[in-house]
Design a protein around this ligand. Structure first.
Ligand SMILES: *Cc1c(COP(=O)(O)O)cnc(C)c1O
Length: 340
């Protein structure tokens, strides 16, 4: 097993997060046995997956003597909210570049949920028009670099955090999650047949894949993607996972075939479809677990489809990593009320 103690890190997350069975929903589906890794419970400002990555990325910002961090995302970006909270905790100023990709004009979408929390954490919000955007990740990271440069010219000491804090250092946070899963499965006497989670900017999946590979654990990771074509996402994850494995001292540990992304039922980013609303209600009703409309909702719609297609044996153990997003639920009041 690898060890992360030599990497600079600021402690922000409540770890390890619980790994729990979801018996009622598993019974409802007729198998496989579903488990949930509660990364929605990482603690910081309603939690989520970015906190793990920010522990390593912000250690780098502190070492660089930054006084300000800059990052970007969609209007209801969970990453931006977790960055704003972490910056507050570390005494750093925070600039957020937010893009209303959905084009929604609903007040709750524009002001509630993550945006309410961004403001409470006293982040400075800049609105992006999306003009000239082709690929969202490239566009948003370009805007982060532009604002960082402007702030530097004003005498600020800014630190640029790419979308999702997805860098090889950030991905170490998910190598840590892989380590937790290996230890927890040993404690529970559990053989994990697959780990499934929502993938976006690649850092979460890259860290998991690198962590399992470096620990020589044969646990398949399936990233359910949104936005990018699955093959394109796989390439991004593979490259970042290889860099993460290098940081861990095993540069060739990750095999290309270990990187799997799929998107069986694509959902437009931020769009609350009937299938997503149904899955939110299913998990709320059977497990008391809150699923979010933007990331974990569409990911679970995809996972239920994979189950329907017979991808997993009935008696297999499938771990769903709950990557968070709870706060954005509160920005979809009207949408959820409209889909009954
Ligand atoms: C950011 C995010 C993801 C995707 O994680 P990446 O590391 O960007 O791939 C998944 N779920 C939620 C709730 C998120 O906020």
């Amino acid at each position: 097993m690898f060890d992360l103690s030599s990497f600079p890190r600021v402690r922000l997350a409540h770890l390890p997060t619980p790994l729990e069975p979801m018996d009622r929903v598993s019974q409802h589906l007729g198998g496989p046995r579903l488990w949930i890794k509660r990364d929605d419970c990482t603690g910081l400002s309603t939690g989520g997956n970015k906190v793990r990555k920010l522990e390593f990325v912000l250690a780098d910002a502190m070492a660089a003597k930054a006084d300000t961090v800059v990052t970007a995302g969609a209007r209801q970006s969970n990453h931006s909210r977790q960055t704003a909270a972490a910056a507050a905790r570390l005494g750093l100023k925070c600039h957020l570049l937010l893009w209303n990709m959905t084009g929604s004009s609903e007040r709750t979408y524009l002001q509630n949920g993550n945006v309410l929390l961004d403001r409470l954490h006293s982040a400075t919000i800049h609105e992006l028009s999306g003009e000239g955007a082709t690929d969202p990740l490239t566009y948003l990271n370009g805007e982060v670099d532009k604002l960082t440069q402007q702030l530097r010219e004003q005498g600020v000491r800014p630190y640029a955090i790419p979308v999702g804090a997805s860098t090889p250092k950030g991905a170490l946070g998910y190598a840590e999650c892989a380590r937790e899963l290996i230890l927890q499965s040993k404690e529970l006497g559990l053989k994990i047949d697959a780990v499934v989670h929502r993938s976006g900017s690649a850092g979460t999946q890259a860290g998991l894949v690198a962590g399992f590979a470096v620990a020589s654990a044969q646990i398949p990771v399936i990233g359910i993607g949104g936005g990018k074509a699955p093959k394109e996402l796989e390439e991004l994850v593979f490259s970042m996972a290889s860099d993460t494995a290098s940081l861990l001292g095993k540069p060739s540990a990750v095999r290309r075939s270990a990187v799997m992304a799929t998107d069986p039922i694509p959902v437009e980013y931020g769009r609350l479809t009937r299938e997503v609303a149904d899955v939110i209600r299913l998990f709320a009703r059977t497990e008391g677990v809150l699923i979010d409309p933007v990331y974990t909702g569409p990911a679970l719609v995809g996972l239920l489809e994979l189950i329907r297609e017979g991808k997993f044996a009935r008696d297999s153990n499938v771990v769903f990593i709950h990557t968070g997003g709870t706060a954005s639920l509160f920005s979809y009041v009207d949408g959820l009320a409209g889909i009954r």
